[in-house]
Ligand binder design. Structure first.
Ligand SMILES: NC(=O)c1ccc[n+]([C@@H]2O[C@H](COP(=O)([O-])OP(=O)(O)OC[C@H]3O[C@@H](n4cnc5c(N)ncnc54)[C@H](OP(=O)(O)O)[C@@H]3O)[C@@H](O)[C@H]2O)c1
Length: 309
């Protein structure tokens, strides 16, 4: 009989995290999730009875008690505040979510003897393909946590894998991301003001992203991880934004009134996504972009039909 695998997940109420929870549950893991007092649990609908939800009160002590209670083989750390650009008011929440909470988590792991972490970074730590140049402050906080993690790897013998994600997409995405905006525009027929659209975008379908997490978990469970390994979860096939919009419009069968060049590029716009990272050994994306968009659209139409009934 195989040993029951136990996972502790942060960020489980977000897009990637909620999908990861579903995958872990269906793969037979015993799943614990850490949420905040005000977290919206809507993304957990249908699996709420198959997972254990722990509400973190913000303290290191209580987080330690949660980690001790769950005693996971793997901590999947996905919680984060994402902001492409920040204002002075964002500093505290950014540091809170991306650095303080993350450090409390690894402290709790080291105190309780939990040794395996999968951390989540971003390709935006590598502006203009540099080893480290953050696109924005959010990316800088991700790098800062990796620096903190080095201490716990060296001093507390944590084994860690950081998965640096690129753009992710798939069905049931509540985030105000590109495809949500495009679909809204296509349905309303209103014009959409965009930059010139020459930037390359690297999109990975959610199921492929989850495969990378599970392969990383296997590496940790099989003691294959050398201290802290960092991998890129990249499609390897970036596409120009203007070509992506054309492809999307063709697949969903609706025209899109995009006014290219009506907006300027963002400060430090990523024109060329990082392409120097290694992928998790054995991982490669299975869902091609056109197929992924079609799958996503099929799913949205099914949900719309169900909602109408
Ligand atoms: N998706 C992408 O395209 C992409 C690209 C690069 C990197 N990433 C990284 O991938 C991970 C998942 O991304 P996502 O798009 O799925 O995120 P998301 O939908 O924005 O969800 C963020 C999650 O983090 C939780 N969280 C934030 N601050 C927290 C705190 N202080 N304590 C506990 N939980 C906290 C949120 O909980 P609440 O419900 O309480 O708000 C939510 O569950 C993140 O680390 C993100 O930085 C994503």
């Amino acid at each position: 009989m195989t040993e029951q695998r136990i996972a502790l997940v942060t960020g489980g109420t977000g897009f990637v995290g909620a999908n990861l929870l579903r995958r872990l549950v269906s793969d037979g893991w015993d799943v614990h999730v850490i949420v905040r007092p005000g977290s919206d649990l809507g993304m957990l609908s249908g699996i709420e009875h198959s997972i254990r939800v722990h509400v973190h009160d913000g303290s290191t002590e209580q987080l330690t008690a949660i980690v001790k209670f769950a005693s996971p083989q793997i901590v999947f750390h996905l919680a984060s505040l994402f902001l492409a650009q920040h204002t002075p008011q964002d500093i505290a929440p950014l540091i809170n979510s991306n650095l303080l909470f993350s450090t409390q988590l690894v402290e709790a792991m080291s105190v309780t003897g939990v040794r395996h972490l999968i951390n989540t970074g971003t390709s935006w730590q590598h502006y203009e393909n540099k080893d480290y140049s953050p696109v924005c402050l959010y990316a800088a906080t991700k790098q800062a946590f990796e620096a903190v993690l080095t201490y716990y790897v060296d001093a507390a013998q944590l084994a860690a894998v950081t998965l640096q994600l690129f753009d992710t997409y798939g069905p049931n995405d509540p985030r105000a991301k590109l495809f949500t905006l495009l679909r809204k525009t296509a349905c309303s027929g209103e014009p959409l003001l965009m930059s010139p659209g020459e930037q390359l975008i690297d999109l990975v379908y959610i199921d492929d992203v989850l495969d990378a997490y599970l392969l990383a978990a296997d590496r940790l469970l099989q003691s294959q991880v050398n201290r802290h390994e960092i991998y890129a979860v990249t499609s390897g096939e970036p596409i120009k934004l203007c070509d992506l919009v054309e492809m999307y419009s063709r697949i969903i069968g609706l025209p899109l009134a995009v006014e290219w060049g009506a907006r300027a590029y963002r400060l430090r716009e990523v024109m060329l996504p990082w392409n120097q990272g290694q992928v998790v050994p054995g991982w490669k994306p299975k869902v091609a972009l056109a197929a992924g968009i079609a799958l996503m659209e099929h799913n949205i139409r099914l949900s719309e039909q169900t909602a109408k009934r």
